[in-house]
Design a protein around this ligand. Structure first.
Ligand code: ZN
Length: 295
């Protein structure tokens, strides 16, 4: 009897877990003691050494065991800190598990505000319920803060109203490594979460700030996509300003947003719409945001 029930339940058990079963955590060494971890969701950075281990972002909760295994293979100190680049679940979903494992969570004050209360993700038409307390950042900042461990001075810098209203860059000064969270989708149109305080102008300004922080030698970890450099970020900046200008121009010419989508405004950037955000969605975001500003 029991056996029958298990057989009947099997397809459901598999489908609930299936999404993450096949995900492998890929570890890429960036410097002596800094690594980039890719799995599903936002890229993770790990700094490790005798002062302990710090991670940036935590992907999805279902991946925490795999991520812990990957970190154990490289870590030379106990897990002490988890810094979030912003509140989205593909970057904070593992927070609770890593907090339970001893990590103190650090993020912008608006990350704590958003994960501790019910949120509506307008862009996807779904509600995100408040998370349990072990997901919430325990140390929050407004403009930024510095951390010093393993001979690295870490600058954590808030950028205003970019991808959300709680974005932060993490710059590892001596290593010249910059984690940009979702203010950088390498070679792809970005998701800008207007419902969480994101704006196209703030997003472009934040990319400009990253261009100021970085130089030609900087290794840049994007929120999504492969390890990048300043030239990649310059291309990204050019795409963002060009797409914004095209939407503005078309609006001034009296075109509707639907006409813009049908005509296509992605000339020269066709491959950028092959990821999570297609050109239609990106045009819609820019148009909605600019229209909102005029009101
Ligand atoms: Zn995000």
């Amino acid at each position: 009897m029991k056996y029958t029930i298990i057989l009947l339940l099997l397809p459901f058990l598999c489908s609930a877990q299936g999404r993450f079963d096949k995900v492998e955590i890929k570890t890429q060494k960036i410097t002596d003691n800094i690594y980039m971890l890719e799995g599903a969701g936002g890229n993770i950075a790990v700094l490790t050494g005798e002062d302990g281990t710090l991670m940036v972002d935590s992907q999805f909760g279902d991946l925490s065991e795999k991520i812990k295994t990957a970190i154990a293979e490289i870590a030379t100190g106990d897990l002490r800190y988890l810094v979030n680049t912003h509140w989205h679940g593909d970057h904070t979903g593992g927070n609770g598990n890593f907090n339970d494992a001893g990590a103190t969570i650090i993020a912008h004050k608006n990350v704590r505000e958003r994960v501790s209360t019910d949120q509506i993700m307008k862009a996807f038409g779904r509600e995100v319920k408040a998370s349990p307390k072990n997901v919430w950042p325990e140390i929050t900042f407004d403009e930024g803060m510095n951390l010093h461990l393993n001979n690295q001075d870490l600058m954590i810098v808030h950028v205003d109203n970019a991808h959300t209203d709680g974005d932060a860059f993490i710059y590892f000064t001596q290593a010249n490594v910059l984690h940009m969270g979702d203010v950088f989708f390498k070679d792809r149109f970005p998701f800008i979460d207007l419902g969480s305080g994101g704006t196209i102008d703030g997003y472009i300004k934040a990319v400009q700030a990253a261009l100021m922080i970085s130089d030609s030698e900087t290794q840049i970890i994007p929120g999504h996509g492969a390890l990048a450099n300043q030239a990649d970020l310059m291309n990204y900046h050019q795409m963002l300003t060009t797409m914004k200008n095209r939407v503005q121009k078309a609006t001034a010419e009296g075109k509707t947003v639907d006409e813009m989508k049908t005509a296509g405004l992605d000339e020269g950037f066709e491959s950028w719409g092959t990821g999570f955000i297609a050109q239609d969605a990106f045009i819609n975001t820019i148009w909605t945001d600019l229209n909102r500003e005029e009101n």
